[in-house]
Design a protein around this ligand. Structure first.
Ligand code: ADP
Length: 738
């Protein structure tokens, strides 16, 4: 047959295949960007194949036609190279793909224009063919570089497989185009033939989301070739042996052939099987017994209750049989909004422990809940639906650097995911392995549930312990207050009896003197003075009791304009004698800086009086008492009363403001009014707090602690508003670090 018939036959067949690819793409309903690019590519391919076929049909067409077609081949090949580079850049998510497309196609259009122009107006002075070929080489090289970089960059097996797939496709396409750029005569049709393979792979890659495992395909091809060659060699050897034996043997040739055939049949089958097994082991092989591994695994995890340990056991079991780089358990819990929180518990290798929150409508969550099959990171990044997930969710998963997530179900709920990184071999997880891992994940369900329950119990336990602690503290406080109340009875009777005894003593003396008629004016004055002192003290105690009884029901206040200096002067005045007696220094600072105030003067005098009286009582002879005032803000000012006394322990600092609360044992109680450590009935501070709070102020104490050797002293802080008001204190203690 004539060559041109072959050429046109091959040309038509190749053209038809490309046309079918073109039509498949054309009639797809929802075309994505890459599919549109592939459509343009296959359209150019049709023109290119037509040009190649025409260029080779010198025998049929006029030289002008074949030459014109030949001149167009480099430009059309360039269009294909531009198309593929754009497609690859888009697939690898390089943002510059539109620039490549625009620049490449513009350049192609210019070259095409020039080529067509010079076809009609020869001779051309430009080496257009060489320019076309050079440009083709640049774009093709660009594609190969991008793909090779992508291949080396991808750390996950599925991603690497994808890069390898596109690299091989690019090789086939580029080789096909290259073969047509050289004047090989009729051999040029080999180019489009090779190109067809690449174009089919291109379409498959553009349309399908999962790509075939390239290495596995190559391996089975090599396996097949190996077995094929081995068998062919064996058979050839046998045939040659028969031939040789026939010349030297005395046996009839038919019998000899039958004998050898039987012998061969006996040897061939076992030999073939052994070879096939060898190939399987060398190329594909699953080097462990899944059933045994699962049995061992379920025995080990049944006793594990700790989440971290469970993660380690699960991942390490897998790593023993598969040699993976990293792995973790992702423990799931529902969020308040109905989403899912995945908390990674590392099991092997370095794993980010940042939790990942999936929204209730996240396609990832829907995929995990609706399909019980394993999820691949490759899907997360390339599946058209899963790609719609929030960037935060996809980046969270990407940061884990895992390859596969195996859902762990327990009682119909998604309890977690077993996340595994890539295998060290760089192989994607084969379906058989995925099946094994799914069973393993399934078996983890009950153990995970138990571990979660255990973790929950531990947390609950910790909460209960904490509650217990606060209950104990509250109980302690109540017990102290209760003790204070019972102490009060004995203290109050003592407090009342002491002045009464004094009064009785003096009235008895008075009676005696009256009866013996020996009473001088002087004596009367001294005795009445001695009687009126305990009376005043009785009065004070009873008044304090009355005031304290009003604390719950609310004291009555009469707010009126006054001045802090005046209040303080009146509060200090009654203690002058005691101060002198006990050799204490009292100094005031800044009282004048506080402007006019509105308050209940008598009550403030009483409150500050109580604080000063305590400072005197709890400071040893020769100590110092300092009263300082300073403005805080527009509304408030502060008065501090600092002493160099015995101090107050931290536990007591709140309690002392409670009614009847006194520190220490009641035996310390002394009847001496301002004697060192002379306790009272435990009402002074509760009344002071009632008064200060009744003015809309607040009061607290600061002290390093109670120490009768070092005398750390105490500072009582009183914050008051310039304008007294009802209701709580508006000054926030934290604002001034108190
Ligand atoms: P009392 O009538 O016993 O003085 P308070 O209510 O005034 O009652 O004080 C309660 C307790 O607080 C006192 O018994 C004392 O132990 C302690 N306290 C009060 N002020 C001071 C202070 N300035 N230094 C040390 N302890 C103090």
């Amino acid at each position: 047959m004539e060559t041109w018939l072959y050429i046109s036959g091959i040309g038509i067949a190749i053209g038809l295949v490309h046309l079918i690819l073109f039509l498949i793409l054309l009639f797809r309903r929802r075309k994505e960007g890459r599919e549109k690019l592939a459509l343009v590519y296959t359209l150019f391919s049709l023109f290119w194949i037509a040009a190649v076929a025409l260029a080779n049909l010198e025998a049929v067409f006029l030289p002008v036609v074949t030459e014109s077609a030949g001149a167009l081949i480099p430009v059309l090949a360039l269009a294909l190279a531009v198309g593929y580079l754009t497609c690859v850049a888009l697939l690898l998510e390089y943002p510059f793909w539109p620039i490549v497309a625009t620049a490449g196609y513009t350049w192609t259009a210019i070259l095409l224009g020039a080529t067509v122009y010079f076809l009609f107006a020869p001779p051309s002075r430009l080496p257009l063919e060489q320019i076309g070929m050079g440009s083709w080489a640049v774009f093709t090289l660009g594609t190969l570089v991008l793909l090779t970089v992508g291949l080396f960059r991808s750390r996950m097996a599925f991603h690497r497989n994808r890069a390898l797939y596109w690299l091989l496709t690019a090789d086939a396409l580029a080789l096909g185009q290259a073969l047509t750029l050289f004047p090989l005569g009729p051999l040029r049709m080999v180019g489009p033939l090779v190109h067809t393979l690449g174009a089919i792979a291109l379409l498959r890659g553009v349309l399908g989301f999962w790509l075939p495992n390239v290495k596995a395909v190559l391996r089975s091809i090599f396996g097949f070739l190996f077995l094929f060659t081995a068998t062919a060699l064996l058979l050839t050897g046998v045939v040659l042996a028969v031939e040789r034996l026939m010349t030297i043997s005395v046996m009839p040739s038919t019998s000899l052939a039958i004998l050898l055939a039987v012998g061969l049949a006996l040897v061939y089958l076992p030999l073939y099987q052994a070879l096939a097994r060898l190939v399987d082991r060398l190329l594909v092989g699953i080097g462990f017994d899944p059933a045994q591994a699962l049995r061992d695994y379920s025995q080990t995890i049944s006793t594990v209750l700790d989440l971290e340990q469970l993660a380690q056991t699960a991942v390490q079991t897998v790593s023993q049989v598969l040699d993976i780089q990293r792995g973790a358990l992702l423990i799931s819990s529902e969020t308040e909004r109905g989403g899912l929180l995945l908390r990674p518990v590392p099991g092997l290798g370095e794993v980010s422990t940042d939790p990942i929150e999936l929204e209730p409508i996240s396609p990832l969550l829907v995929r995990l809940k609706e399909q019980h099959t394993p999820l691949f990171q490759y899907e997360v990044e390339h599946h058209p639906v899963l790609r719609e997930a929030l960037p935060r969710e996809r980046e969270g998963l990407r940061a884990l650097e895992m390859e596969i997530y195996l859902p762990i179900w327990a009682e119909g709920e998604l309890a977690g995911l077993l996340a595994l990184g890539p295998q060290r071999t760089g192989e994607p997880y084969a379906p058989r392995i995925v099946e094994f891992l799914s069973t393993l994940a399934h078996q983890t369900g009950v153990a995970l549930q138990n571990a979660r329950l255990f973790a929950g119990l531990q947390e609950l336990n910790a909460q209960i312990m904490q509650l217990n602690e606060s209950l104990r503290a509250a109980y302690d406080r109540l017990e102290r207050l209760d003790r204070a109340k019972s102490d009060f009875l004995s203290i109050a009777s003592h407090e009342l009896r002491t002045p009464l005894t004094q009064i009785r003593g003096y009235t008895d003396v008075l009676n005696e003197l009256v009866r013996s008629d020996a009473l001088t004016r002087d004596q009367i004055a001294r005795i009445t003075e001695n009687i009126s002192r305990p009376v005043r003290r009785l009065e004070r105690i009873i008044n304090a009791m009355l005031d304290a009884s009003q604390l719950e029901t609310g004291m009555n206040f009469h707010f009126a304009p006054t001045a802090l200096v005046g209040v303080m002067r009146m509060a200090i005045e009654p203690f002058q004698e005691a101060l002198q007696e006990r050799n204490l220094t009292l100094t005031t600072y800044g009282l004048e800086d506080i402007g006019p105030i509105r308050a209940d003067m008598d009550r403030l005098v009483q409150a500050f009086g109580n604080l000063i009286s305590n400072a005197i009582k709890f400071t040893p002879d020769g100590g110092r008492i300092t009263i300082e005032a300073h403005p805080l803000d527009k509304e408030h000012f502060e008065v501090t009363i600092t002493d160099t006394g015995i101090g107050i322990s931290k536990v007591d600092q709140d309690l002392i403001f409670e009614k009847f609360y006194r520190v220490g044992s009641i035996d310390l109680h002394s009847s001496g009014e301002y004697k060192f450590k002379g306790g009272g009935p435990g009402l002074g501070l509760s009344i002071a707090r009632g008064v200060i709070e009744g003015h809309g102020g607040c009061i607290w104490v600061e002290s390093e602690g109670y120490d009768e050797e070092r005398y750390p002293g105490s500072t009582f802080h009183v914050v008051l508003p310039y304008h007294a008001h009802r209701g709580p204190c508006r000054w926030k203690r934290s604002e001034q670090g108190g």
